[in-house]
Design a protein around this ligand. Sequence first.
Ligand SMILES: *[C@@H]1O[C@H](CO)[C@@H](O)[C@H](O)[C@H]1NC(C)=O
Ligand SMILES: *[C@@H]1O[C@H](CO)[C@@H](O)[C@H](O)[C@H]1NC(C)=O
Ligand SMILES: *[C@@H]1O[C@H](CO)[C@@H](O)[C@H](O)[C@H]1NC(C)=O
Length: 447
Amino acid sequence: MKLGILSLLVLAQALQSSAYPWMAGPGAERAYDEMLHRRAEKLEERALLGGVLGGLVTGVGSTAGGVISGVTGALGNLVNGLATGGASNVDASNRFPDVNHPFQAPGPTDQRGVCPGLNALANHGYLPRNGIVTAQQVISATKQVFNMGEDLSGLLCFIAVTYGGNLQTQTFSIGGEDDRTYSGSGIGSKSVSRQFGLDAHSRCEGDSSPTRNDFYLDNGDNHSQQPDRFRRLLALAKQNGGNFDTPTLNALFGQNSQLSIQNNPKYYANGPTLVVILAAYPIIPEFFSNGTYGAGGKATLQNIAPLMGFKINDDGTICAVPEQIPDNWYRRATPYGIANVVANAPGTLAAGNTLPSPLSSIIASGNTNEIGCQLYQLLSSQSPATLGVPLVDGVSTLLTGLQNQLLGGLPTIFGCSGAGNSTVTQPAFDDSLQAKGPGGDQSLTCA
Ligand SMILES: *[C@@H]1O[C@H](CO)[C@@H](O)[C@H](O)[C@H]1NC(C)=O
Ligand SMILES: *[C@@H]1O[C@H](CO)[C@@H](O)[C@H](O)[C@H]1NC(C)=O
Ligand SMILES: *[C@@H]1O[C@H](CO)[C@@H](O)[C@H](O)[C@H]1NC(C)=O
């Protein structure tokens, strides 16, 4: 089995250079120049919206609950027929947010990015409100509020720190690049490598995401919530009994991946990015439902919308708003970890289409052990693409330490023999493009 995976990985490399020829070169940079101008506009827009939204957003959970049935007009067209009601089997100790963690919209220097769950945790102060976090803070906050398994948060933090953060301090930005993640000197300093945060494209952030546009299709804005994508999610939920359940989210992946294939000449779906994106769909009902999904939990608009950062207005327009935990919401009672992600991935992949990718074939096979080991192999063997320097001793020691600390349990879970194989590498996204993005400012729009 080991040999099989290795030869597939070698094949993977060969296929990737033909499937993604642009990965090698610095092309397509022109589109990003515009971004520098847009950045200033976005900051203004955000400051303006901050005031307006402060008042609006608190109503998201309760408004939707009150008006979800029997409403008429534009709002009714959107929400009538969607599932309502409270969860069953909930336990008071799983209720959030608590009084010490009130919602507060982010300020202009606070980082928010591609992950609605982390944005929500920061908006409630379960993570530092400035959005500059350590791996340990993320692992404990995601466990406390979402009951995410530590193996899964460890893996996600490994990706975030290795590809977008500071290896020395295990700190990263949950949005874009930020001076506050850098160390003054050494491996974590800016002169050694740039730390582009969670928004770093094709590292932590990938194409075909549930509510973010593809990087190339939105002038390099790979991290702002898109009301139109949410509107399509509402329509899919209606077709599916009114529920925001796994089949609904998988259908959304089907639509989004199709859009990427049709419109995005730079669509990239491979490696850890593909796994993160596949995971991003089913985890919405798994983590955002009120109560335990599959055991009395309810994946209703009332919970999904505020946690994903959307508000529906009476006139039927939908606005992106800062993510919020609805009042009186209950987290899942049982942990959800890597084994769950791996078990869900084939179903999500089957609903969509991706470019030819050997990893896709392995996921499609449904062999969970092989998927898990492949993922471990990919993560533990890929050199940190943010490092513009060869793997010098100090860096590889830090990486090995991080790997043991954050990914250590994976080989046992999936029965992988041997440690990650450093002879296997994947092509990295062209880093010269990263710095041209708009920074971590979420652009909150309505549509
Ligand atoms: C969650 O479910 C509980 C128990 O049924 C209910 O009391 C509460 O209002 C629900 N909260 C939300 C935000 O839907
Ligand atoms: C890593 O790959 C090389 C080349 O295929 C192989 O000889 C070696 O045994 C592998 N090591 C592990 C730990 O799997
Ligand atoms: C994605 O967004 C981040 C944050 O704005 C930015 O730093 C990055 O350059 C963007 N694009 C790419 C290709 O990563």
